[in-house]
Design a protein around this ligand. Sequence first.
Ligand SMILES: Nc1nc2c(ncn2[C@@H]2O[C@H](COP(=O)(O)OP(=O)(O)OP(=O)(O)O)[C@@H](O)[C@H]2O)c(=O)[nH]1
Ligand SMILES: [Mg+2]
Length: 456
Amino acid sequence: MSKKTSKQETHYNQARASLQQAISWYSGFRRHGNCPPSDRLQKTVKKDLQSLQGALDKLDRQALRISTFGLVSCGKSSLINALLQEEAVATGALHGVTTSLTILRWNPFPEEGLEVELIDTPGLDEVGGESRATMAREIAQKSDLILFVVAGDITKTEYEALRALRSTQKPLILVFNKVDLYPDLDRQQIYLQLQKLNSAGTMGNLEDIISTQEIVMVAAKPQPIQVRVESAEGGVSNSWENPEPQIEELHQAICQILQQEGKSLLALNALVQGRDAEVNIAQKTIELRQEEAQKIINQYARYKAIAVAANPVIFLDLIGGIVADLALIRSLSKLYGLPITTYEASNLLRRIIASSGGLLLGEVGSSLFLSVGKSGAVLSSGFATPGAITAYLGTATAQGAIAAYGTFVIGRVAQVYLEQGCTWGEMGASTLIKDILSQIEPDTIMYRLRQELVGQ
Ligand SMILES: Nc1nc2c(ncn2[C@@H]2O[C@H](COP(=O)(O)OP(=O)(O)OP(=O)(O)O)[C@@H](O)[C@H]2O)c(=O)[nH]1
Ligand SMILES: [Mg+2]
């Protein structure tokens, strides 16, 4: 097994394990902390659980999903027929021949153990505005690779659709079809067309949307050509011939993707779908448990205020405060039923401290300053004089109040981080997505996703 193949196998197996772990964690009727299982919560997260299961099923089928997108009559169905080398779907000059999604199986590389599901879609301009955008987004989210088909001059509608599809963070190939009608056209000219459409500059950099390497020229169903046929007897007649499709370039591009990165791409997309579902589940759980969470935060704020105020030893009060904050994070994650280990909770605390730095620095600063006062009061008199007791109580109350306020902030920020944090465990979807993306070779179609998915 080559190094590339074994790396892909690892990604694939890791993604399966991660999704299986997430499914077993979230499914079933779970009790959250001391709260009884919530029927309402189970109902609200049902769709997300299905999405998690769907991601795993797709991995198990080992099928890479390739969708076509484009305006009516640009040749999406013809392109699918050309790839399959059979008339599997209807094509025609009539407006809107394809009216619903059609999934077709294709097996261009049996030895890779990967299948392809080709998705034929209706023209983007066939469906009305809002539902067009929704349909495109939903199909794109379930795809591993997008073939955006154009033919002739690219319109503003096409350019905007292309941009919208790009934002779904899926690998994309711009397929320029019907090159038989434009024999002199080359990629550079297509790129210039796109640049013109982007010239208003309001749409960001064109390179962020497409590069010349991502443009492929094809003729899925070249128009018939008239040929002169000379018979043996010397007679001449005219007949019409259908030239062979010119799709070698696209065929090769797809096969290269399948071989070089098919399984990794499959793993990555399943993990992205899984991560989104998990974050949704976390969000909904946190929303539904808001009241109980507030009670816990208030309770910890009280504990912490008392613990910090009553502790006369410098630093011990600060450490006591941190322990209380850690315990708060653990209690919240228990309440929400989110998979957070102590190790992650302390990581989380570090990130929270960094993000709410100003306030916590205040807490640390005041802790040092006031602890000295507090300890000083104890050391100098051992609570022997009423003055020392007053001094102690004064500083202790101030310190306790600041510490309690810190807990409120931590509680609030922890909720935000817990939403994301549940996917950052050892086998968590976000951790694996980052791992896979960090191992991507620069010459692959997934390489662009590095930037888009993790901003690296
Ligand atoms: N000249 C030429 N015509 C093509 C080519 N590919 C497709 N066509 C023609 O373009 C027309 C539309 O093709 P379809 O494949 O049905 O296009 P579509 O995008 O699936 O169209 P809808 O399903 O209606 O959205 C048909 O008449 C095809 O024969 C090509 O490479 N060259
Ligand atoms: Mg069609």
